[in-house]
Design a protein. Sequence first.
Length: 149
Amino acid sequence: MIQNFLRDHDFNSLMVLHMKEIIDLLLSKGVYFSILTNISEIKFDPVLPSQIRESFKPITLFVIAEYTYETCNFDEENLYFEAGFGQQNVGSFVTIPLSSIVQIIVDDTPVFINLSIPPEHKPKKANIEKSTNIFLSNPQNRDLIKKRK
């Protein structure tokens, strides 16, 4: 029962909404904070060197302070900031899906814990069928499939 509730789309949406409100409040009040997040969901631009990427734990802490705080913003789906990594302070623009944030921490105290389990992004069967039909509507694509058989 609880697993179904934690995976519920409405519950996930509520947690993300609450998270956005807390992040907005922290940013508007000038409060530095940290986030614990699922590293597998994060994008770095430019991509970080492998020795830095491999040093991250599955759940990684990011401190949003100083320059990182100054560059921090968010939209409906993601949190963005610039940060330096490793001894060489390699700069990268970081994109973190809000649903992958596990905790928000202020002064070593969790002020938000995301208990929801983000829904998996599986393509819907109707979308797959529609895409297949569009692909097959082109005679050249049908010929490609026939050649492979």
